[in-house]
Design a binder for this molecule. Structure first.
Ligand code: HEC
Length: 166
């Protein structure tokens, strides 16, 4: 008997809530429309803020090491995201994943990050015994890029930790 009363009470309360909701909805309808109209233009100015991710006109550091050119850095950017497969472990933004470290900071695990030639050597040989990651980096990241492409992607890595843009 008690539970039946409860059920009825809940049913009545629910009906009341629905009725209130309808009334409220009806009354507020015009103001909702007004809000929507007023807010509509707001998101528009945000759209141009998103930059194209792999542009070739991105910033290149001013003082390049001997033998490194802006062209090499831009080629290296494409190799990193393409033939070299580097992004699969280091991430599209080169900021690292659980498999490989951030290449955009100035903390280095396996090389002197200011020595461009150290990048060429490291990328050629890979990292057989990683310091903080679970599996080795194979030579050339496991890809079959040429020595010229290794130099270009090394230029890109050097640039990344010296103010270049991923
Ligand atoms: C299979 C995953 C993998 C791929 C693919 C890969 N790397 Fe790595 N990379 C690593 C690991 C692991 C390390 C060493 C991290 C450690 O010592 O803990 C590393 C280290 C490096 C370092 C030295 C970073 C430091 O602070 O010591 C550079 C530079 C680098 N990789 C560039 C590249 C480039 C360029 C490519 C593409 C040609 C590439 N990597 C592809 C996994 C990978």
């Amino acid at each position: 008997m008690r539970s039946v009363e409860w059920t009825r009470w809940i049913a009545v309360a629910a009906l009341a809530a629905v009725a209130a909701g309808c009334k409220k909805g009806g009354e507020e309808a015009p103001s909702t429309t007004a809000e929507t109209t007023a807010e509509a233009p707001a998101p528009a100015p945000e759209q141009p803020a998103a930059p194209a991710p792999t542009t070739t006109t991105a910033a290149v550091p001013a003082n390049l090491p001997p033998g490194v050119t802006a062209d090499m850095i831009n080629q290296g950017r494409e190799i990193f995201h393409g033939a070299g497969n580097c992004y699969t472990c280091h991430g599209m933004d080169a900021k690292g994943t659980t498999l490989a470290p951030d290449l955009t900071d100035n903390q280095y695990l396996n090389l002197d990050g200011n020595d461009y030639n150290a990048y060429v050597t490291l990328i050629t040989n890979g990292v057989p015994q990683p310091k903080q990651h679970p599996a080795p980096m194979p030579p050339k990241g496991g890809s079959n890029i040429t020595d010229e492409q290794v130099k270009a992607v090394a230029a890109y890595e050097w640039a990344l930790s010296h103010g270049g843009t991923p």
